[in-house]
Design a protein around this ligand. Structure first.
Ligand SMILES: [Mg+2]
Length: 191
């Protein structure tokens, strides 16, 4: 099978480091459990542009450099890579392609045949949909945490495994989207 994997909050623990950065810079104490929408500007009731600027500033800091893998992801990818073709489909911006590829190769060397960037929340260029890549690359299963991307990928008949997170817990999904609690559960379901 071809398995598509989202990067942030599936492989990379982005949000914890971004929160640490944002809280240090702004003297706030925002917490991950409170993020009921991954578009944090909606949760924090701030202009989208301000959050985008903070994210771009974050990319230049050690907070971004020091992002760690999500618990169970390294072991899980190792197991999946034995029998399946793995491709990363991330909404990260084209502006951070190089840094992102470097991070992936540090923690997941030679595990992915491709990494696709759909360039959301970008100051440069237009974004594409993850479903377009699911279609063109014949992705059988997509592993996601974002409800929007999960629904988008499921709309082209890709099966989706959605990691349970504060920002997707209120969503109800069609049967093409399976909610899972952990990497251990992803492995159990794919086997
Ligand atoms: Mg994600």
């Amino acid at each position: 099978m071809t398995i598509g994997l989202d990067l942030d909050e599936v492989l990379a623990d982005f949000i914890n480091n971004f929160l640490a950065y944002y809280n240090d810079m702004n003297k706030t104490s925002f917490k991950q459990e409170e993020i009921y929408d991954y578009n944090v500007f909606r949760v924090w009731k701030l202009p989208k542009e301000k959050i985008m600027k903070s994210i771009y500033d974050f990319y230049k800091t050690p907070y971004f450099e020091n992002i760690k893998p999500i618990s169970g992801a390294v072991e899980g990818v190792e197991i999946l890579s034995e029998k399946h073709e793995l491709k990363i489909i991330t909404s990260r911006q084209n502006d951070i392609k190089q840094k992102t590829i470097k991070w992936i190769e540090k923690y997941f060397p030679n595990k992915f045949s491709q990494t696709y960037f759909t360039n959301h929340f970008s100051f440069n260029g237009s974004s594409s949909k993850k479903s377009e890549i699911c279609l063109s690359e014949n992705v059988d299963i997509m592993i996601e945490d974002s409800p929007e991307h999960a629904i988008d990928c499921a709309s082209v008949s890709t099966k989706v495994m959605l990691l349970n997170r504060p920002w997707n817990k209120s969503n109800k999904f069609s049967k093409n989207i399976l909610r899972v609690q952990s990497w251990e559960e992803i492995i159990k379901n794919i086997k």
